[in-house]
Design a protein around this ligand. Structure first.
Ligand code: VGL
Ligand code: ZN
Length: 194
């Protein structure tokens, strides 16, 4: 499906942090495959002077989602550690806006919109169409895309720039189907008209 970069488009890159990449504490298998396509999307947006946002999973130590507290995950993306840094292989422009999420010790948040300034900033910029990629398809990408649709953004899922955890086999495929069923437009790089 062909889709245009309009003057009211923004790119939202979800959680491309060291801990979610190979070698990280909660590595998404093959998660580094999103880097090259995301860098291409970043190029398209920066060439047009369009905004780029990057979310960060940003947990305090002893976060409620960690196993030691009964949560499902090993400790990951602890604030101000290497694992929480956005990958240096992602060519973010200096103008990119970083949005931290899941920073409350007692609450988890998969969506980049949950308790953050993301929708406010997008609305301030007059953004109507979001292009969303990153990690992980079946958790934070899914939650971010579904919230974007609920808020009323035209929401484009970058199929070639997402990768999932697949705790249960097929989770990522299922997540993609759900996002598209709820109104997301699934595209790859060659569908995007600059
Ligand atoms: C995520 C699991 C735990 C994600 C974050 O970014 O998808 N997944 N925390
Ligand atoms: Zn997390």
């Amino acid at each position: 499906m062909r889709i245009s970069l309009t003057s009211r488009s923004a790119l939202v890159i979800v959680d491309v942090q060291n801990d979610f990449l190979p070698g990280g504490a909660l590595a998404v298998p093959g998660g580094d495959s999103v880097l090259e396509p995301l860098n291409k999307y970043i190029g398209l947006f920066t060439q047009r002077g369009l905004p780029v946002f990057a979310t960060r999973d940003w947990h305090p130590r002893q976060h409620v989602s960690f196993r030691e507290r009964g949560g499902p995950w090993p400790p990951h993306c602890v604030q101000n550690t290497w694992g929480a840094e956005i990958s240096s292989m992602l060519n973010l422009p200096s103008s990119a806006r970083i949005v931290d999420k899941a920073f409350s010790p007692e609450r988890d948040a998969y969506s980049g919109f949950q308790e953050t300034v993301l929708s406010l900033e997008l609305h301030k910029l007059g953004v109507k169409r979001l292009f969303i990629g990153g990690l992980a398809t079946d958790y934070c990408v899914k939650a971010t895309v579904l919230d974007a649709l609920d808020i009323g953004f035209e929401t484009v899922l970058l199929l070639d720039a997402v990768k999932g955890v697949d705790v249960n086999p097929g989770d990522s495929e299922k997540a993609v189907r759900e996002m598209i069923l709820k109104g997301a437009i699934g595209v790859t790089l060659d569908d995007v008209l600059p």
